[in-house]
Design a protein around this ligand. Structure first.
Ligand code: ADP
Ligand code: MG
Length: 593
């Protein structure tokens, strides 16, 4: 019971955190509705006496109500009773409407706030955390789980509202007839006991369901990324078996939750009637009380009990989705804990250059970079070469501040990256990766990242496309720059994807252009074209070029040769050819092939 109360308080504080004083407004409005309803119902008592033609002066309870009403200068007769009845219930209707509208707005506000909070913290989280976490799980929480949080919010408020009504009715009941009130409590406790078992079970299954659908999302994400491989190799069926098992598990859990909730709603009415009949029997045969008071008492009793049942149904369906509240809060907390440092001096543009000083980095226990030191001057073209897996891409992630060095430091304009505001620093980078990002949007938006389609932007767009050797392709489209590229650029060739990405980087003005094997998917003719474009940029922007094909970086000002996570040598192409036999061997091999 105590831990139960703790849980209820925990959920309340969860909602309070996002809703602030709105929670109390909801509570107050609900109490008001209950009070008006209670007052209205109380008016049935004098009505019953008037209907039976009896004087109600003799009944102690009723005399009290009479005194109370006369206190306001109203004489109790059929007219005034009917008027009061209409007044109380009309007012209740009005307040009920405002309460409902306020509640809906509050719920929607809550969902919006939680959604934005999780997206926001995802935006600000350290890349290192994101790269290492279960992304399927995060994806699931932000899409499916938050939907369930919305449902949880709705049920929670419904349960809360019913609980308040129960308290108000019980309060009225106690003032009218305390014996009756005791019976309400007894009936309520019995019901609570019977239903308590079902709730606990639903809660446990709900938690498993959250885990299960997270797993399912992860599997689906994997399935999509490996789709063409699985289809091409005829291995899709094997993967399907895994998916099938997960889907069946989710089906079973949902079936169990559904069955329990059906049981609850089916048993609600019989339960009410059983308890009700028991109370009438006690009132009439044991206490031998008059039936008029019993009838109005019953009105309260029936209302209170049905509120209690509704409360329990709502609470049960809340518990069915409460697992989502916990996992969503956990996610937001974890993301917050892994927040990227966002203070620091704004980086407007590069003045002198970058310097890496004894930088080392490890993924877990695997050290991939050791004691890397070199400088990149402003407007220099630097090539980073080395065998695949030697740590080149990791080095780029360190330079862009996505990863932070385990040892050593990275300086931009003689100041540690830690002291610059990272987002402003990162906005100075153009970055083309091995797998460039293509959004499911028009060519224009893909290149300009949703810039306004005005005269200036269009001409910059055209120039960027021409420089990236993609203009002919754009002109050939039926809708030209308004043609939508499929998700992940599925209808583009690797070379086209990379040229779109290059156009995007050329569109914005940046200090750095990073090409991480950006031309690796192009045919040698296109590669040559892009190479010429980049050559033209030489001396006007700082270029960091990672290329597998060593001939593409022949003209770089400086080549940094990385082998096995360390700098093997730094120098010009000629210097490296002359002084490093390993490098020379790589060049020779590529010239032959
Ligand atoms: P390159 O770009 O030179 O091919 P990478 O920097 O991509 O090399 O990778 C260097 C090493 O780090 C490889 O052994 C790779 O397996 C490992 N690695 C890369 N990314 C991760 C990651 N997110 N988690 C763990 N290991 C990684
Ligand atoms: Mg790489």
């Amino acid at each position: 019971m105590i831990s139960n109360l703790n849980k209820r308080i925990y959920y309340f504080t969860f909602f309070r955190k996002y809703l602030k004083e709105r929670v109390f407004v909801v509570v107050l409005l609900n109490i008001l509705v209950g009070m008006l309803d209670g007052l209205g119902l109380t008016m049935f008592l004098p009505l019953l006496y008037i209907a039976a033609g009896e004087s109600f002066k003799g009944d102690a309870d009723l005399a009290q109500i009479n005194n109370w009403i006369e206190y306001f200068g109203i004489q109790l007769n059929l007219n005034t009773v009917l008027l009061l009845l209409v007044a109380f219930f009309s007012l209740k209707g009005v307040v009920y409407y405002f309460k409902g509208a306020y509640q809906v707005a509050t719920q929607q506000y809550f969902i919006k706030t939680v959604r934005l909070a999780s997206i926001n913290s995802l935006n600000e989280t350290k890349y290192e955390y994101f790269a290492g976490c279960d992304q399927g799980q995060i994806h699931n929480i932000i899409t499916t789980e938050i939907e369930r949080v919305a449902k949880a919010c709705q049920s929670y408020f419904l349960a809360f509202q019913q609980l308040i009504l129960v308290l108000v009715y019980v309060g009225f009941a106690f003032t009218l007839n305390w014996k009756f009130a005791l019976m309400v409590c007894a009936g309520g406790l019995i019901v609570d006991f019977v239903y308590g078992k079902v709730y606990r079970k639903t809660k446990a299954i709900s938690r498993q369901l959250t885990d299960g659908s997270g797993k399912f999302q992860g599997l689906i994400a994997d399935y999509f990324s490996s789709y063409s491989y699985l289809r091409a190799t005829g291995t899709a069926a094997k993967y399907r078996a895994k998916l099938d098992a997960q889907v069946t598990e989710i089906e079973n859990k949902n079936k169990r939750i559904g069955t329990m909730s059906v049981f609850l709603s089916a048993s609600r009415e019989p339960m009410s009637i059983i308890v009700l009949s028991a109370v009438i029997a006690i009132q009439a045969f044991v206490l031998k009380e008059q039936l008029a008071t019993v009838l109005v008492s019953l009105l309260f009793f029936y209302r209170a009990l049905s509120c209690l049942m509704q409360y329990q149904t709502a609470w049960n369906s809340f518990l069915g989705v409460a697992g989502s509240l916990e996992s969503t809060e956990q996610l937001i907390n974890t993301l917050e804990a892994n927040k990227q440092y966002t203070d620091g001096i704004r980086f407007s543009n590069l003045r002198h250059g970058l310097a890496l000083e004894n930088v080392s980095y490890s993924y877990g226990t695997q050290q991939v970079l050791r004691n890397i030191s070199f400088t990149i001057d402003k407007y220099e073209t630097v090539a980073i070469v080395g065998p695949s897996g030697s740590g080149k891409s990791t080095l780029i992630s360190l330079i862009t501040g996505l990863l932070t060095p385990a040892d050593g430091r990275i300086m931009a304009d003689a100041m540690d990256l830690k002291e610059w505001n990272l987002v402003t620093f990162q906005s100075r980078f153009g970055y083309i990766t091995q797998n460039p990002v293509i959004f499911n949007d028009t060519i224009f938006n893909n290149v300009t990242l949703w810039a306004e389609a005005n005269e200036t932007n269009r001409s910059v767009f055209e120039k960027a496309c021409k420089d990236a050797a993609i203009w002919d392709f754009v002109k050939d489209r039926k809708l030209q720059e308004n043609e939508v590229l499929g998700a992940h650029g599925i209808n583009l060739s690797g070379g086209q994807r990379q040229r779109i990405a290059l156009a995007r980087e050329l569109f914005k003005s940046t200090d750095f252009l990073i090409m991480d094997e950006a031309t690796s998917a192009m045919d040698s003719f296109t590669e040559k074209e892009i190479q010429q474009t980049i050559e033209k940029l030489k001396g006007t922007t700082t270029i960091i070029w990672i290329a597998h094909q060593l001939s593409t970086v022949k003209n770089a000002d400086k080549i940094i040769y990385i082998n096995n996570g360390s700098v093997a040598q730094i120098g010009s192409f000629e210097e490296l050819c002359n002084e490093n036999p390993e490098f020379k061997r790589m060049v020779d091999l590529q010239t032959i092939s």
